[in-house]
Design a protein around this ligand. Structure first.
Ligand SMILES: Nc1ncnc2c1ncn2[C@@H]1O[C@H](COP(=O)(O)OP(=O)(O)O)[C@@H](O)[C@H]1O
Ligand SMILES: [Mg+2]
Length: 164
């Protein structure tokens, strides 16, 4: 399933992140992998801050740009926020021990997941962020486009929860 959302403001982007956070919490006992792709400034980290809020964690998201990964604990679920922008190769991912993190009750939110392609666990939802036409500006609100694609049963279930 694919769905396309228009996100007129950063607050709306964050709110959809909150909704995904709640959806993720309501599917326990399975590993969850969310890929967030799109240009710098497209809204990936803003969305992740919303997911943290949906998990009941105070935000904003700490930037994992240099560390590649930031761990959070939310009740029974472990949340890992990754940013692969500075990934130099698949070996970096091996060093992170990602395979050991792909277990029941862990959620991976992976910015720039496209850079880790081939070395990541299977993705349940791909979130593709883009500018929704017009001028590209980080100054004030400007609309973004978000295309969400579900892969497999867990992805479909999450996408269904997100819609309703
Ligand atoms: N509709 C929108 N959705 C998300 N962010 C927006 C929007 N309009 C403006 N912004 C601004 O754009 C920037 C997005 O930055 P960020 O979320 O860090 O992007 P990324 O992680 O994709 O590089 C923020 O400064 C945010 O306030
Ligand atoms: Mg970011």
């Amino acid at each position: 399933m694919t769905m396309v959302l228009t996100l007129p403001t950063a607050a709306v982007t964050r709110e959809w992140g909150v909704r995904l956070g709640r959806a993720l919490l309501s599917v326990p006992g399975v590993p969850q992998v969310i890929a967030l792709n799109g240009d710098l400034g497209a809204g990936k980290t803003t969305f992740v801050s919303g997911v943290l809020a949906g998990f009941g964690l105070p935000g904003p998201a700490r930037s994992p740009t240099y560390t590649l990964i930031e761990p959070y604990e939310a009740g029974a679920r472990s949340l890992y926020h990754l940013d692969l922008y500075r990934l130099s190769g698949p070996r970096d991912l091996e060093a992170l021990g990602l395979r050991d993190l792909h277990v029941g009750d862990s959620t991976l939110l992976i910015e720039w997941a496209e850079r880790g392609e081939g070395a990541l666990p299977p993705v349940d939802l791909t979130l593709q962020f883009g500018y929704a036409g017009g001028k590209v500006t980080l100054d004030g609100d400007a609309p973004r486009r978000l295309e969400i694609t579900a892969h497999g049963a867990i992805g479909e279930r999450l996408a269904g929860l997100l819609k309703n």
